[in-house]
Design a protein around this ligand. Structure first.
Ligand code: PLP
Length: 373
C-alpha cells in the first residue's frame, strides 16, 4: 500500500496529520462548537424557495462578486457591530477557513510568517502551513489571557507578516480587550507593517462588543466572521470578513473565480432574512454557557472565563489525564473535545438536555474519583 510519505509531496507536509475533530456517532455531541438547534422550519422552507430559484439558472456561473450577499452581510454587521460597513468592505467565502486561506495566500506565503498566541484555533497554523507561510507560536499567560507586553515583544522580534488575534479565543473562550488589539496592531505596523486578523467566529456569544469599530482608519486590520456558529449553519460553509475595501480588492488576486456557488449564496441570503430568529437561540445558548460555568465551578472544577459558546474546564493533572477524562465522559455517551491543551478539556454549550447529560457525566466522575481517593 502506498503511504502519503511515499508520494512526492512538499517537504513541510511530510509526517503531518490533517485537522480532525472526531466525528463519532454518540447521543450527545458537544465537541465542535456547533449550534445544537436545527434551523427553524420557516427558514428551511425559505431556503428551499431561494435554492429552487437559483436552480433555474445553474447553467450559468454564479455572481462572481456575490454582491447581493455581501450587501446583506454588511447590513447585518452595521446593525449589530457598532460600525457602518458597505458591500465594498465585506468579502465572503466557503467558511471563514477559506477567508483565512485567501488572506494568507495574499499576505503570507513562502518566505513570510504568521504569528498566533497559543493555545488558539489550530487552523490558523494549519492554513499557514498549507499556504507555505512560516508559523510562529506566540505566548499566552497561565490564565490564557494575552500579555500585551510579551505579545508586543514577540511581534517586534519576529516581524511577522500576518498576526492572528482570536477573540473570543478558541479553545479557551477568552475575549481580548480592544486596547490589547490596538497595542498589537501598532506593534505590527511598527515592525513590518503587517496584516492583523481578528478572528471573531464567536463574537455573537460574547458579553462584550465586537471589535469591528477598530477598523476605522486601520487599513491593515481585518475582522473575520462565520455563519457556522451563532447562525447555526455550519453545514452551509459561509464565512466573511470586514476590512478596508483595498483588502477586499487584494484577496480578489487569489480567490478562485466563482468560488461561492449560486446554491451557497441563495442559502446564505435566506438565512440572513431570518437573522433575528437565529440570534434568539444565541441568548439561550449564552445562558446555558453561563450555567455550565457555574455548575462546573460548584463541582470544584477550574473553569476559564468564557465569552464563547463553549467552556474550557480542568484541571486534570498528570500525563494524559485530560484524555483519560475525555474517554470516561465519552463512555457515558457524551463527546467533548480534547484540544491537546495539557490538563484541560472543552465542552460546547448544547441544549439544556444535552448539557444536563454532560453535567451528570462529570458529576459521576467526580464522585468516583473522590471514592477512590
Ligand atoms: C469554528 C471557527 C471558525 C469557523 O470556521 P468556518 O470555516 O467558518 O466553519 C473560525 N475561527 C475559529 C476560531 C473557529 O473556532
Amino acid at each position: 500500500m502506498t503511504r502519503i510519505d511515499d508520494l512526492p509531496i512538499r517537504e513541510e507536509l511530510r509526517g503531518k496529520s490533517p485537522y480532525g475533530a472526531p466525528q463519532l456517532d454518540v447521543p450527545v455531541r458537544l465537541n465542535t462548537n456547533e449550534n445544537p438547534y436545527p434551523l427553524p422550519e420557516p427558514l428551511v422552507e425559505r431556503i428551499a424557495e431561494r435554492v429552487r430559484e437559483a436552480a433555474r439558472e445553474l447553467n450559468r456561473y454564479p455572481d462572481r462578486d456575490a454582491v447581493e450577499l455581501r450587501t446583506e452581510l454588511a447590513r447585518y454587521l452595521t446593525r449589530t457591530g457598532g460600525y457602518e460597513v458597505t458591500a465594498a468592505h465585506v468579502w465572503a467565502a466557503n467558511g471563514s477557513n477559506e477567508v483565512l486561506q485567501q488572506l494568507l495566500q495574499t499576505f503570507g506565503g513562502p518566505g513570510r510568517t504568521a504569528i498566533g498566541f497559543e493555545p488558539s484555533y489550530s487552523m490558523h497554523s494549519l492554513i499557514s502551513r498549507g499556504t507555505g507561510t512560516g508559523w510562529i507560536s506566540g505566548p499566552r499567560n497561565d490564565d490564557f489571557t494575552i500579555d500585551t507586553e510579551l505579545a508586543e515583544k514577540a511581534i517586534a522580534e519576529n516581524r511577522p507578516d500576518v498576526v492572528f488575534i482570536t477573540s473570543p479565543n478558541n479553545p479557551t473562550g477568552t475575549a481580548v480587550p480592544a486596547d490589547t488589539v490596538l497595542a498589537l496592531y501598532d506593534a505590527a505596523q511598527a515592525a513590518k507593517p503587517s496584516l492583523v486578523v481578528v478572528d471573531e467566529a464567536y463574537v455573537e456569544f460574547s458579553h462584550g462588543a465586537s471589535l469591528l469599530p477598530l477598523l476605522e482608519g486601520r487599513p491593515n486590520l481585518v475582522v473575520s466572521r462565520t455563519m457556522s456558529k451563532a447562525f447555526g449553519a455550519a453545514g452551509l460553509r459561509l464565512g466573511y470578513l470586514a476590512a478596508d475595501p483595498a483588502v477586499v480588492d487584494a484577496v480578489q488576486l487569489v480567490r478562485l473565480p466563482y468560488h461561492l456557488s449560486a446554491v451557497t449564496q441563495a442559502t446564505a441570503l435566506a438565512a440572513l432574512e431570518h437573522t433575528d430568529t437565529l440570534l434568539a437561540y444565541v441568548d439561550q445558548l449564552k445562558q446555558e454557557r453561563d450555567r455550565l460555568v457555574r455548575e462546573l465551578w460548584s463541582m470544584g472544577y477550574e473553569v476559564t472565563a468564557s465569552d464563547a459558546n463553549f467552556v474550557q474546564f480542568g484541571r486534570f493533572d498528570g500525563e494524559g489525564a485530560a484524555h483519560d477524562v475525555w474517554q470516561k465522559i465519552l463512555d457515558r455517551g457524551v463527546l467533548v473535545r480534547d484540544n491537546g491543551v495539557p490538563g484541560w478539556l472543552r465542552v460546547t454549550a448544547g441544549t439544556p438536555e444535552e448539557n444536563d447529560a454532560f453535567l451528570d457525566a462529570v458529576r459521576e466522575l467526580k464522585k468516583e474519583q473522590e471514592q477512590s481517593a
